[in-house]
Ligand binder design. Sequence first.
Ligand code: ZN
Length: 135
Amino acid sequence: MENRHHHRHNYALKMELKKQVNIAAGLVSERFPSVSGIVIHMTYYREAATPVLMVRTINIYPTSYAYFKMDCMIKSCDGGGFDLTSVVANMVKTHAKVKKGSLVCNGNVDALPSGHASVDYETVIQYKRASKETP
Ligand SMILES: [Zn+2]
């Protein structure tokens, strides 16, 4: 049984929570000062006859929030998504420029098993030119 009002309220709540999460994450320039830009190419797949759902390129700047969790593209998915935060953090730590991989959504969708959606990603990080900062 679906309660549409309840769902709408949940959506507003989700957006509000997302805003708070963004603010809590801080800015890329604060969290990853050596980064001058990040480009994430994502291909979304779903368990269906036409598996490729969409292809997306996300540009992240030093002024962007350091929040790299992408939403699941399945509308009714609850608690799902694709979190690239640890991928980005590890890349910055090792000064890696390109990383490819894939993630599976573990969110809950009525009538769909987890693993209903996945992404292939290619993350490209550009670093600021190493300039000796004199104090
Ligand atoms: Zn999902």
